[in-house]
Design a protein around this ligand. Sequence first.
Ligand code: ZN
Length: 165
Amino acid sequence: MSLENIAVGLGVDMHRFQEGGKLVLGGVEIPFDKSLKAHSDGDVLLHAILDSVLSAADEPDLGTLFPDSDEANRGRSSVDMAHEVARRLNVVGARILSLDAVVICQEPRIAPLRGELRESIAAMFDIPVSRVNVKGKTAEGMGAMGRGEGIECRTIALVERAESL
Ligand SMILES: [Zn+2]
């Protein structure tokens, strides 16, 4: 493996809460009284991860691959999008080396969910759990996340590409 072929990618996503519905983070259904409003299933963690991976692999971003304007993407499972992204990576010979994610919200608490989220994401991309990290942060009451209006995720991906580009 040559360091010349390693690239990082940054992903950021945020969604607003709505009453009721299913809250899904990293492909895991979380017991909570609100869900995230979105054209798809609103899995803010997976959306940020997929954008960081696509960016590192020099592939089109999530919004380009799965546009809001396409009815086929309404309510679409983000796990399904993750499988499509994994397939694209295989085609171009790119491989995820590690993922790190920060979930910013007042609620729900992320710490008790960490293990489950890491396992779910690692399984989705067929990489070791030790190569996936997820941590929660509150916004200390500042801004929209601090007022508990939604969830924001920031992620970084390290990807090995097939050849130096
Ligand atoms: Zn999103």
